[in-house]
Design a protein. Structure first.
Length: 560
């Protein structure tokens, strides 16, 4: 409205308003009630023209199906991916993926395999994304730093840590953030914190000795989660949560993390849910979802740790020499990369990635080793000469030279898969796969699970066989090339050196000190049945439970 003027009779009881807009002049006649005349500044009621609700509804009723039909036609026949094979329904709508991942509780990974069985090694799995089932093409998708690969924002949104290095999408920005973390997770850095890891392993063994004396049953996967969580939190913040000291190994922390990852598929479809949940008061959220309320409480703990470290750094106080966040705060990252919110995202990323994946690998390792007398016997023989009382900073290097232990650890990692589902990457250049050209900017993925279950690379892939690695070594076959538990390329897992160190030190300690008898646990509680970004067993699995028996101390080569 650019201008207005009033004209009327001398008694101001009637008048005319002329309202000028850019395109129209509207003349409104009005009558002033007597009570308005008493005021020096009369209030003039304004009449407006209303569009009937029925008209709006009719327009939407007609326009919506036209829009949907146009979108479907575009996606099926005019989209750059229109010539990529795959189910028409998957190409037309993301509701196809929603059905298998949300309604089906994480089974889209297996539906993708069925697509490949029907349509071949390259398929269009949703309107915008292509999946390739070809182990030989994995290195092209997950390429080294010389080839730029972005992450797919619509996929990583479920992580809820947009400024953490793991969820950073642009290639160059990720390199900046990743470089700052590499210092703390290099092989050299992990050797330096071996005493920290060994101290936590010894605490776990102490708890297991108490369990053995009491002839009690313990939840093994929760105990391993406590171990991994205490290690990553103490290394990240200079102070751990002491989950190992809790009677139930702080089992609720594991539950909180699993709640978050199991909600991931839903959040990918409806990312606005995260903002709504965080906006709700905690008391209200507890009534709606106790699990999500616990998740926010867990995040508050991370926030407090980061806040303490940031405040200390800004005040010029000394920081813990080797903690990840002390290194970040002392490093040469630009100031905006050291903001409170960004460091919180980094902290949540490290805690999530450094807890559940490693602990589940340990669970699988003990399940397969303890239940196979041949593997257990051979592993104990491999560790027979393990030094007793060796310096806490040199045992890891000795263990890494044990060929059978290395084979067991590697096979456990193959069975764990790391991230079981697809990890989309976006190339800045067109990629060619056989007769198909994949346009630049297309989200493209493979799946770790199907690489590790490739019978042409891993014969009898469902069998836990450490010997396959020894045989490949003897035959000169590069089997390690096809190990993708930590992914590959410039975005492979930053924590792989820490994870493998935990696996070596924990496995060696446990198999030489204890026997494990699984109680009420079946393969349904072990085998992956759902893709929740990480592998999860069937819905309703209660966890993995064991009875523990300490070995004869005279034959215990690693007893304290």
């Amino acid at each position: 409205m650019s201008a207005g003027r009033f004209t009327g009779g001398g008694d101001l009881k009637t008048g005319e308003a002329v309202i000028h807009t850019r395109k129209h002049v509207v003349t409104v006649e009005y009558t002033l009630p007597q009570q308005h005349l008493r005021s020096k500044t009369p209030k003039i009621p304004c009449q407006t023209m209303a569009i009937p609700i029925s008209g709006v509804l009719l327009f939407l009723l007609l326009a919506t199906p036209v829009y949907i039909l146009s979108l479907v036609v575009y996606r099926l026949y005019l989209h750059p991916l229109a010539k990529i094979p795959g189910p028409k329904l998957a190409a037309a709508t993301s509701w196809y993926e929603f059905y298998y991942d949300v309604v089906g509780r994480g089974v889209f990974c297996w539906e993708i395999k069925r697509m490949h069985d029907e349509y071949g090694p390259i398929v269009r799995i949703n309107p915008n994304e292509v999946h390739i089932l070809d182990t030989g093409f994995y290195d092209e998708i997950y390429a080294p730093a010389s080839k730029k690969r972005d992450k797919y924002a619509d996929y990583v949104v479920f992580l809820g840590v947009p400024t953490g290095a793991f969820a950073t999408c642009p290639h160059d920005h990720h390199r900046l953030r990743r470089k700052a973390l590499n210092v703390s997770f290099s092989k050299k850095a992990i050797y330096e914190i071996e005493p920290l890891i060994q101290a936590k392993v010894d605490l776990l063994c102490g708890r297991f000795r108490d369990v053995a004396r009491g002839d009690r049953v313990v939840r093994l996967d929760a105990a391993f989660f406590a171990l991994a969580n205490d290690i990553i939190t103490e290394y990240s913040f200079g102070e751990g949560y002491d989950c190992l000291g809790k009677d139930d190994f702080q089992e609720s922390f594991k539950g909180v993390l699993l709640t978050a990852v199991e909600a991931g598929a839903f959040i990918r479809q409806f990312p606005w849910v995260v903002g709504v949940v965080k906006a709700l008061p905690l008391l209200v959220l507890r009534r709606i979802s106790a699990a999500f309320a616990s998740l926010l409480q867990w995040e508050a703990i991370v926030n407090k740790r980061v806040e303490t470290l940031v405040a200390a750094a800004r005040a010029g106080k000394p920081l813990a020499d080797r903690s990840v966040f002390s290194t970040l705060l002392r490093g040469d990252l630009p100031p905006e990369e050291k903001s409170f919110q960004r460091l919180i995202d980094e902290g949540k990323s490290l805690m999530g990635a450094g807890s559940e994946t490693t602990s589940w690998t340990l669970t699988l390792l003990m399940w397969y080793v303890a239940r196979d007398a041949r593997i257990l016997s051979r592993l104990r023989e491999d560790l027979r000469d393990m030094p007793d009382g060796v310096a806490a900073s040199s045992l890891l290097k000795w263990l890494e030279q044990r060929r059978y232990l290395s084979a067991v650890v590697t096979e456990a990692l193959r069975f764990d898969h790391g991230a079981i589902g697809r990890l989309p990457r976006i190339a800045n250049e067109p990629l060619r796969y056989k007769d198909h050209v994949i346009p630049a900017g297309t989200p493209l993925s493979s799946t770790n699970y199907w690489v590790h279950m490739d019978e042409t690379i891993f014969p009898d892939p469902a069998t836990f066989s450490p010997e396959r690695w020894l045989e490949a070594e003897r035959e000169g076959f590069p089997l390690q090339k096809y190990m993708v538990s930590f992914s590959k390329g410039s975005r492979q897992c930053v924590g792989q050196n820490l994870a493998t160190a935990e696996l070596y030190l924990t496995a060696a300690a446990l198999v030489t000190r204890f026997d494990f008898e699984f109680v009420g646990t079946t393969e349904q509680d072990i085998l992956p049945a759902r893709d929740c970004f990480i592998p999860r067993p069937v819905v309703g699995s209660p966890g993995v439970y064991v009875k523990i028996r300490g070995l004869d101390t005279e034959n215990n080569m690693a007893s304290n």
